[in-house]
Write a protein that binds this ligand. Structure first.
Ligand SMILES: NC(=O)c1ccc[n+]([C@@H]2O[C@H](COP(=O)([O-])OP(=O)(O)OC[C@H]3O[C@@H](n4cnc5c(N)ncnc54)[C@H](O)[C@@H]3O)[C@@H](O)[C@H]2O)c1
Length: 256
């Protein structure tokens, strides 16, 4: 028995990183998974490797959200789990942050999650056996505390944290749950620009690891995928509006 047997799941930004790691664990636990992404070739490859479906989607477009949800409900008759994972990173001090970068981060990280919640809730309210489902939003430890350069990224992840609680509260009495995951530093392509800027990726990775109490970066499937399996499964039926921190101890204090 898989922990997600019979569940119909959609994971945005599933071509790489945490989305792909989550899709892997969902498939292993028996879910029927559709990943969405803007990276067409990579997403097609990932879907083939993992044994799931892929729909091209820009999470910023409401029309595309309507099309994705209509396709899922048309094909499978229901939506059980939505993982709003697609996101981008940017760093610049507030007095150097451009309006274009700010807007792009807000569009993808906040508006994309809002649209997912809006259309995900509409579908889940209409599930054939009554309202049910689980929405999982990817925030970050950057949604819990600040850091220099976090102008847009931290603001966006803080917004996701509280949007999650509003969605959770509005739908708690009808059995639709909404929780946020707050990863620390997980090894994914989102770190590539950080490594590239350092000139010495191995040294940069070691430097990052030394700031984490557990002394290593997290792994997509093991750390975030497994948390998402818990939140997507019926094991978490009494959990809503919660902040699930998965960070190797990053937010509890300085490493020894
Ligand atoms: N990796 C980390 O350390 C970390 C830590 C905290 C939070 N997060 C969050 O986890 C999520 C996944 O990050 P990741 O590390 O896997 O990054 P990633 O860059 O590997 O994956 C993000 C995916 O989102 C997709 N995407 C970007 N813009 C999109 C759009 N407009 N529409 C649809 N898809 C789009 C990308 O193509 C990519 O496949 C993000 O929300 C990120 O902010 C990551």
């Amino acid at each position: 028995m898989g922990r997600l047997d019979g569940k119909i799941a959609v994971i945005t930004g599933g071509a790489s990183g945490l989305g792909a790691g989550t899709a892997q664990r969902f498939v292993e636990e028996g879910a029927t998974v559709t990943i969405t992404d803007i990276q067409h070739e990579l997403a097609t490859e990932t879907a083939e490797t993992l044994g799931c479906s892929y729909i091209h989607q820009n999470v910023v477009s409401e029309t595309e959200w309507e099309a994705v949800i209509a396709k899922i409900v048309g094909q499978y008759g229901r939506l059980d789990v939505l993982v709003n994972n697609a996101g981008v990173f940017a760093t610049a001090p507030v007095d150097e942050m451009t309006i274009d970068v700010w807007q792009r981060v807000m569009d993808i990280n906040v508006t994309g999650v809002f649209l997912g919640c809006k259309h995900g809730i509409r579908a889940m309210k209409n599930n054939p056996d009554g309202a049910s489902g689980s929405i999982i939003n990817l925030s970050s430890v950057s949604g819990l505390r600040s850091q220099p350069g976090g102008t847009a990224y931290n603001a966006s992840k803080g917004a996701v944290r509280l949007l999650t609680k509003t969605v959770a509260l509005e739908n708690a009495s009808i059995g639709i749950r909404c929780n946020s995951i707050h990863p620390g530093i997980i090894e994914t392509p989102i770190l590539d620009p950080v490594y590239a800027a350092s000139g010495d990726p191995a040294a940069a990775r070691a430097g990052i690891a030394s700031t984490i109490p557990m002394k290593d970066l997290g792994e997509p499937a093991r750390d975030i995928g497994n948390m998402a399996v818990y939140l997507g499964s019926d094991e978490s039926v009494y959990v809503t509006g919660a902040e699930m921190v998965v960070d190797g101890g990053l937010t509890i204090g300085l490493p020894s």
